[in-house]
Structures are given as C-alpha cells and as structure tokens.
Design a protein around this ligand. Structure first.
Ligand code: MV4
Length: 498
C-alpha cells in the first residue's frame, strides 16, 4: 500500500482525500499556491509545499513543478481530486514516466473519453444508446444540413473537445443552422482550442442521470447506482441527489448495466461516472463519461456506505475491487447542496474575502465536506466552491427536511454565499414531487426571482473582476514584507514528536 500520497488539488476535495488517507494511515502531502498558504488543506496535511503564485496555470496546473515536488518528497502516488489536472492525459503520462502512481484511470482512457465524438462512436459500437446524430466532427454546412434532415429538428450542436455546455447551440429552425454552426465552432475553438463540433437530436427537458462505476486493473466492474443532477445553473451543478425519483427499478436495472458496458468498452479502471440524458418517456442516452471522482460522490457514499476515495486508493495500489456487485445495495436518500462564494443578489458575481465566522450544522444525517475554516481566505483565482452540505434520511422527505435544517444552521461570515438561494428550491412543488428537469432553474426559478438569476455576468465582466482583484492583490502584497514561500510545513514529521 502507498506510504505517502501527494494531493494535487486544493479546497474541500483535498480535505476529503486527507481524511481517507488518515484512516488508511497513509501520510499526506499537499501543494498550495501563494494565495492558499493559510488554507485548511495546508493545515490538515502532514506536509505542504508551495507550488507557485496564485494563478492556477502557474500552480495547480504546473505539471513539471508538481512532478518534481512529488519526486523530491518521495510520494509514491498522486491523487488529482477533481478539476485542475484530474482529466489531463499529459499529467497522467508524466506520473507514469516518473514512476508515480496516478490515482485514477489510464492516460489512454482519459484521452479517448475527452474526445466526445470518439466516445460516442465507441459507445454506439458497444450497444450503449446514444442520442441520434453523428459520431464524427461536422465537416461543413452541407454535412450539417444532411445530418439535420436525417434526425429532424430540434438539434443541438456540441463541442467535440470538451463538455460542460461550452460551445453548445440549440437549433429549432433550418434558417438558424448556418449561424449557430459558426458560433458553436468559434466558441469551441476559443474554449478548447479545437473548433470541431457534432450534432445530436435535442431532447426537450431531459433529466441528468449519472451512474457511478468502478473498475479495477483485473477487468472487474461494479456500479454504485445512480445520481440525479438536474438542478444546474449555466451547466454548473448546484444540487444532486441519490437515488433519483425518476428511475424505476426496471430502468435502474437497465441503466446501471449499460453504465458497466460503457466502462468495459473503454477498459476503465478506478472511479468513473457515466452521464445520461433521461427522456420523459423513460428512454436514456449516453451524454459523456467523467474520468474522475465527482464533486457529488458523497450522496452515493451515504446511500451505499462505501468510501469511494478509499476504494480509489485501493484499486490504484493494484488491489482488486474490495466489493462485488452482490455486496452493493442502497437504502434511504441523500441530497447534496454545493455552497459557493457568490453574490446571488448581484448576478452571482464571485465573492472573495476572509472567513471571519464559520459555524457548521450538526446532528442526525448531516455531513459537511468543506475547504474553509475561520480566518482562511477565499481568493478570486479558483472555482468558488466552499463546501458541500450533504444530508441523509430514510426517505427523500427526511433528507430534504434535514437539508433545510442544515442550511439554516450553517453560518459563514466574510464572503457572500448562495445558501439562501436553496430555500426557494425546497419550496417548489416541481422539486418536491421530483418532476423537475434540467430546465428547472432556467424555466421556473428565473421568472420568480427577477435579476438574481436572470442576467448572469458575461465572461468579459467576470474577467475584468478577476483582473482587478489580481491587480489589487498584487499592489497589496507589495506593501507587505515578503514571506518565505518555500518552507515545507511538516507538522507530523518525526522530529516534531517530542
Ligand atoms: C443535451 C440536452 C438535450 N439534448 N443533449 C450537454 C452538456 C451538459 N452540461 C448539458 N447538456 C445537454 N445536452 C441533447 N441531445 C440538454 C443538455 C442540457 C443539460 C443536460 C443536463 C443537465 C443540465 C442541462 C442544462 C442545459 C442543457
């Protein structure tokens, strides 16, 4: 088993991985940028190393620096968390080259699933249902017109080199196709440095259902049931739950079997998630595969009792899966709310600052995975997720009641958060009945709360906010004595055991 794991991430997921390592008695090393020098993950890890300036490109995405720290400190494995380098095939190859185990799938699988058209082609050839459409990049306008005449309107144009909604365009009339195609190609080129796009039949008001799968290096596969992630804002998940009210036991049997076929088709090992679109008639279609541990993994952990991070470490170390499918069942219901540092009264602009007060909710059925503590800073440079509140109940009603209580008890002072935005969600009949779709926040929420969710800040506005705060930060740091940023923080080392 590994002796020391370097966690190449920050925030709540790094704290979560430290907790799993602690229980497995594996030493932890973390990295931090200059903006995170006083953060919780630095304080909780056995060792911590400054990896560079605040900008992610110079710190948490700095592959050579991270690899050299891992080699220098004798880490035998690296856990990437989610985001940052977690789905970067070059990083996995750099780990392989350095003889350091990457806690995740192979570089080939990550590369393959990152190419959305190749992924669709592979799935379709392996009996996994995909939405009608093409499985190769659109050649030109006439190619697009042929596809549209084959599958019929409406259609959706998607980027082949990236997911998450960037570069997506919906086309409902033939005369919109030409402009939508060039807009989608431009956006895809800007976002992913690859203008390739493909076309699918557009599913009106789908649900986002995803299945947790796990493979080991011996060809064994299991699933850990589904999660529903339909409450999203601008393709950013906000609330997730397991199991899904929309999934009957018959559909569950089919969709979980299909998810395992998808994992087998790409020789997957470690934790992965197959994302599906569920239509109102109960049919489901492969959307994409996430080749990493997901933010929302705790809802699966709570209904199955399986620690997914420990299982990741177990499989990465070359062991067989510690569970067989017959051993995996679920009971009860779990819900997760993502707590973001954003000003929901000001178009969700990111909120930064120092946490002056932090009071956690507690009591039966409440879990909080958090990356913040009192006196830690919330910088502008990274994804604004602060914490996740996850509740468990014998049924969905109890999980919702506990979530409402937990959100009422959770106090964060120092930055604005979206906590109050959830109250509305739990009062909506469409949510309470489970009959909501991915249109929930856009269709139902927007008209009711004018301005709060209506005009999201455009990218230019956000980049101006980022630039201004970076400038202010830079001018502020010129006023302070420089601090030694290369010290290794080594609270648990032998010499400290006096
Ligand atoms: C779709 C779709 C309807 N039909 N594809 C793809 C990226 C993901 N973040 C959103 N995607 C969608 N793909 C077809 N053929 C609707 C969406 C969609 C969506 C899907 C799941 C959860 C939230 C969503 C919000 C808007 C659009």
């Amino acid at each position: 088993m590994f002796k020391k794991i370097l966690i190449a991430n920050r925030g709540e997921i790094t704290v979560r991985i430290i907790q799993a390592c602690r229980e497995l008695e594996i030493r932890t090393a973390t990295i931090y940028s200059e903006a995170d020098s006083k953060s919780l993950h630095v304080r909780l890890s056995d060792e911590a190393y400054c990896v560079g300036p605040p900008e992610a490109s110079k710190s948490y995405l700095n592959i050579p620096k991270i690899i050299s720290i891992a080699k220098e400190i004798g880490a035998d494995a690296i856990h990437p968390g989610y985001g940052f380098l977690s789905e970067n095939a070059d990083f996995i190859r750099a780990c392989d080259k350095a003889g350091i185990t990457f806690i995740g799938p192979s570089a080939e699988t990550v590369e393959l699933m990152g190419n959305k058209t190749a992924a669709r082609d592979l799935m379709s050839k392996n009996g996994v249902p995909i939405t009608p459409g093409n499985t190769a990049p659109v050649k030109d306008l006439s190619d697009a017109k042929n596809i549209v005449s084959d599958i019929g309107l409406p259609i959706i144009i998607k980027a082949a080199a990236g997911g998450g909604g960037k570069g997506m365009r919906i086309v409902r009339e033939n005369n919109e196709l030409e402009e939508a195609l060039s807009l989608a190609q431009n956006e895809a080129g800007k976002a992913f440095n690859n203008p390739s796009v493909f076309i699918e039949k557009y599913i009106e008001a789908p649900k986002h259902i995803e299945v947790q799968i796990f493979g080991d290096k011996y060809g064994n596969y299991v699933h850990m049931f589904e999660r529903e992630c339909s409450v999203q804002r601008r393709h950013q998940k906000v609330l997730e739950e397991a199991p899904s009210l929309a999934i009957t036991s018959e559909t569950r049997e089919k969709i979980t079997k299909t998810a395992i076929e998808a994992a087998r088709a790409c020789n997957y090992y470690n934790a992965g998630t197959i994302e599906f679109l569920l239509d109102e008639d109960g049919s489901f279609y492969f959307m994409e595969m996430n080749t990493r541990l997901q933010v929302e993994h705790p809802v699966t952990e709570l209904i199955t009792g399986i620690d997914l991070v420990k299982e990741q470490i177990n499989v990465a170390a070359g062991n067989k899966l510690s569970v067989e499918q017959a051993d995996i069942s679920f009971r009860g219901h779990a819900i997760e709310c993502r707590i973001y540092a954003e000003d929901i009264d000001n178009n969700f602009t990111p909120s930064t600052g120092k946490i002056y007060h932090h009071k956690l909710p507690s009591g039966p059925g409440i879990r909080v995975d958090r990356g913040i503590d009192v006196l830690t800073d919330v910088p502008i440079y990274y994804d604004p997720i602060l914490a996740k509140v996850i509740t468990y109940g014998v049924d969905r009603k109890e999980a919702i009641a506990r979530m409402k209580r937990a959100l009422g008890e959770y106090k964060i002072v120092g930055v604005k958060t979206n906590i109050d935005g959830f109250r509305w969600i739990f009062d909506q009949e469409s949510f309470l009945s489970g009959k909501y779709s991915t249109n929930f926040l856009t269709k139902e929420f927007i008209p009711l709360i004018p301005d709060k969710w209506k005009n999201p800040p455009d990218e230019e506005y956000l980049s101006a906010v980022y630039l201004l705060s970076a400038y202010l930060k830079n001018s502020e740091s010129k006023l302070k004595p420089s601090q030694n940023n290369n010290s290794s923080h080594n609270r648990w080392s032998d010499q400290n055991n006096d």
